[in-house]
Design a protein around this ligand. Structure first.
Ligand code: MN
Length: 423
């Protein structure tokens, strides 16, 4: 077991029992305060930990980092140092904030420089994303989409059980939680026997996804096996992969999604490390037909992470519209990474790979409005009496995720995005 994951650990920083951030989490993110430049941070309870300050005060001795690695506007600087280095860094934080360690806690002058109230920081994009790939790895979601748009009897396309299907997305429009988006405009064809029209999307949707970020991979021409995959993945966040269903329907043939997907993908700002997620591993589904050998894997690569989506209409209260779980994935991260690189495609530090919409079998666990409202035929009731088939102007969509095991709860916080009207 990784020492920093020990369920018995307690911090000298107070942590509410429902917090996503006990000492067993120690995620990484980029934060900014009013008068200071962006910096690498971690978090316990409602305190953000300034890693740059810890470095300057001498608490990171014998770790392979420099100050510029922490006085940085992206986690890429620490990720560049590789898995062993970031594991050691998290372990050092675990030691410093352990209730039994007095090195830092006894020095009030230092504590003042290192800890900041979470209300006083702005969380920024955690990673400079080079390339973004979106998979399509939830069987429930692929089945629902196939049923809605093609043929219920043959909902899954013939390749789906053989290939972790994916496409190359757009990195430039990945944004952090709390950044508002405008309703996208584009071409749609509402009526199949008329010409297309131009205007604001009428079928704006969320996609409940999780994403992982990579360390530096291997050079072009080499591949990463399922057994090696764990060494190349830094951590995960929640992603709302915004989608304009009406634009998508008209444009996607034959090359797949384009403008329907590249106007925004919102992520939660804390990257929870694969180390921290280790205790929450769970068995994956039986894969039948048996996968080709490069997709075989040993051990567990699925994770039991409870996910939920809420919609907050303007000046109103939130209605939770979906409760899903990351364990519903058919293809796991090791298989996705092995497949992505099996042709020799190189992976770079800070690449982001998303799961695809995560839907379980139950209608209450569907991960998009397209599925929840069954293509608009079953409107969802909000607590304020209004109904939703898709997302309205001025709605805020919130996604959250957390895991529970051995009396420890760790989580991702949330990704929250308000939709402004099209201009
Ligand atoms: Mn997606």
């Amino acid at each position: 077991m990784i020492k920093a994951n020990d369920p018995s650990l307690k911090s000298w920083i107070e942590v509410d029992k429902n917090s996503d951030f006990p000492i067993q989490n120690l995620p990484f993110g980029i934060f900014k305060t009013e008068n200071n430049k962006p910096s690498v941070g971690s978090r316990i309870g409602d305190k953000v930990i300034d890693l740059s300050a810890l470095y300057v005060l001498g608490y990171f001795k014998n770790l392979p980092f420099e100050q510029s690695d922490f006085k940085s506007d992206a986690l890429n600087t620490i990720m560049k140092k590789g898995k062993e280095a970031t594991t050691d860094l998290r372990n050092r934080l675990s030691k410093l904030f352990n209730i039994e360690n007095k090195d830092l806690s006894n020095n009030n002058h230092h504590v003042e420089q290192v800890l900041i109230d979470v209300e006083q920081v702005e969380m920024l994009m955690p990673v400079q994303v080079g390339d973004y790939t979106d998979f399509y790895s939830s069987r429930g979601h692929a089945t629902n989409v196939g049923t809605l748009f093609r043929d219920p009897a043959n909902a899954l396309l013939p390749n789906w059980l053989w290939i972790p299907v994916g496409y190359h997305g757009r990195a430039s429009s990945i944004i952090p939680s709390d950044q508002m988006i405008k309703r996208p405009k584009g071409q749609t064809r509402p009526n199949d026997d008329q010409d297309p029209i131009f205007g604001p999307s009428k079928l704006l949707d969320f996609e409940l996804e999780m994403a992982f970020v990579t360390f530096d991979g291997k050079p072009l021409g080499e591949n990463i096996t399922t057994e090696e995959a764990n060494d190349y993945i830094f951590g995960m966040c929640i992603m709302n992969d915004w989608s304009a269903r009406d634009i998508q329907k008209w444009e996607y043939i034959p090359l797949g999604p384009f403008l329907a997907k590249n106007f925004a993908s919102s992520i939660s700002p804390w990257i929870v490390t694969m180390d921290a997620l280790e205790p929450f591993k769970t068995k994956g589904p039986v894969q039948d037909p048996k996968v080709l050998s490069y997709l075989e894997y040993k051990g567990d690569f699925h994770y039991d992470i409870d996910l939920e989506v809420g919609i907050i209409p303007e000046n109103s209260e939130e209605t939770v519209v979906s409760k899903s779980n990351y364990k519903y994935m058919y293809w796991n991260m090791a298989q996705q990474l092995a497949h992505h690189t099996v042709n020799g495609c190189n992976i770079r530090c800070g690449d982001m790979m998303a799961s695809g919409t995560i839907s379980g079998d139950e209608p209450s666990s569907f991960g998009s409005m397209l599925e929840l409202s069954w293509r608009g035929t079953k409107p969802i009731k909000m607590k304020d009496g209004s109904e939703r088939k898709f997302i309205n102007d001025n709605d805020t969509v919130v996604m959250r995720g957390h895991c529970n095991a051995n009396g420890v709860r760790i989580g991702f916080g949330e990704v929250s995005t308000k939709v402004l009207p099209a201009e």
